[in-house]
Ligand binder design. Structure first.
Ligand SMILES: [Fe+2]
Ligand SMILES: [Fe+2]
Length: 239
């Protein structure tokens, strides 16, 4: 349904380049979290899987960054797009930061499963709308295959480490992601409303004050004027 919107977002080459560079950062950050998770877990199989996953995310980060930089180099000077529409087309794994230090394995796996699933869904759309840009399209296709693997292994491992409670865990994580999504949306709307209200204040409230100040200025005599005798006695105090 949002296909045309995404097509419009990704059409501008400079915006595409900057989005890819930011996606690169998100992937690399995710990779770092996974390295930490692999250090922390006491489960040897999870440790191996987290490390493989971390290497994948690091590689995705490099692929996005390389493509983003190449696009920027190709760009002719003059194109300018500061608007990134990140809330409409966020990076693959979303903006939710995970606290790897405190989460137990099942919470981490549930979080990873849902964010990898979201990434796979988004990358499917991005890859579809980027068919005209073959190199970027191929990068999304390749990364998508890894994300599907990440999505599947995290679910299988969640069911293994928490056979009885894994469904409940997934629902809890889903609700927490929903809440964070609502907070992000509310913050974006609050920012927009703030801008509109301040702009209206600027154009509606300020002009009368400017007018009064101009009128008061016209009434003032030019140059120096004598001080009232009552206020003009000798200085015997600071104020
Ligand atoms: Fe990734
Ligand atoms: Fe991933």
């Amino acid at each position: 349904m949002l296909g045309p919107v995404h097509r419009w977002i990704w059409r501008d080459t400079e915006r595409r380049a900057h989005k890819l560079l930011r996606f690169g950062e998100t992937e690399t950050d995710g990779g770092r979290d996974l390295v930490r998770a692999s250090e922390k877990t006491s489960d040897p199989l999870l440790r191996r899987l987290y490390l493989v996953h971390a290497i994948d995310e690091h590689r995705h980060g490099e692929m996005f960054r390389r493509r983003g930089s190449a696009l920027l180099r190709e760009l002719s000077a003059g194109s300018n797009s500061g608007f990134q529409a990140d809330w409409l087309a966020p990076s693959g794994h979303g903006a939710d930061d995970l606290n790897v230090e405190e989460e137990p394995d099942d919470a981490l796996l549930a979080f990873l499963h849902l964010s990898e699933k979201a990434a796979a869904e988004r990358f499917t759309v991005y890859s579809h709308v980027l068919q005209d840009d073959a190199p970027t399209h191929e990068i999304f296709e390749e990364i998508l295959r890894d994300e599907v693997f990440h999505m599947n292994y995290t679910l299988v491992q969640l069911a293994r480490v928490s056979p009885e409670r894994h469904r409940w865990r997934l629902w809890r994580t889903r609700l927490s992601r929903l809440w964070k999504g609502y907070l992000r949306l509310a913050t974006a709307i609050a920012g927009l409303l703030g801008t509109v209200i301040l702009t209206l204040q600027y154009f509606i409230l300020l002009p009368p004050f400017a007018f009064l100040a101009k009128r008061a200025e016209r009434r003032e005599s030019r140059g120096w004027s004598p001080v009232d005798a009552k206020r003009n006695d000798s200085l015997n105090r600071q104020y």
